[in-house]
Design a protein around this ligand. Structure first.
Ligand SMILES: [Zn+2]
Ligand SMILES: [Zn+2]
Length: 157
């Protein structure tokens, strides 16, 4: 039997109402207001090539992120949307720190949400990965835990 504890109401109540995060050098820092979407791991080629691995991200409403420093924040406009998203999205921006290279945000347009990469959020996050997407391009060294749902592309496909 697994010794893992089931999430309890008490733990949920302990989850913070806000989270802080930053890039490595601190040139970009932010505060996120709950609720944060559970984490999704994305194995698409864009995530792999821009991060050096697969990306794990939460997502928040635009109104639930407040920058406390954005002096080094740089946006790269990408035209290579996920194919499944391209019908509804015009483009996506990737946010990174131009000093330390921290890979931080993915912002689809038009949308009122922004993805925030989990490693930028200060511990403890109280978050967990709920699914892996775009596993059709998953790297051959990656092992995905068997209990997590996997989707070859977007989870709606
Ligand atoms: Zn930085
Ligand atoms: Zn991706």
């Amino acid at each position: 039997m697994s010794s893992a504890k089931m999430p309890s109401a008490a733990q949920a109540a302990d989850s913070p109402s806000s989270y802080t995060g930053s890039c490595l050098c601190g040139g970009v820092s932010f505060v996120l207001t709950a609720p944060l979407r559970p984490l999704v791991a994305c194995h698409c080629l864009q995530c792999q090539k821009t991060s050096g691995h697969y990306v794990v991200a939460t997502s928040v409403l635009d109104s639930n992120i407040r920058f406390t420093s954005e002096t080094t924040l740089t946006w790269y406009r990408s035209t290579d949307n996920h194919d499944d998203d391209s019908a509804s999205l015009t483009h996506c921006d990737r946010g990174f720190c131009r000093v330390c290279g921290g890979n931080l945000f993915w912002k689809p347009h038009p949308s009122d949400r922004m993805s925030v990469f989990a490693g930028a959020i200060d511990a403890p996050t109280h978050l967990s990965v709920v699914k892996h997407i775009y596993t059709e391009s998953q790297a051959d060294y990656v092992e995905i835990p068997a209990h997590l749902p996997q989707f070859p592309r977007d989870s709606s496909s």
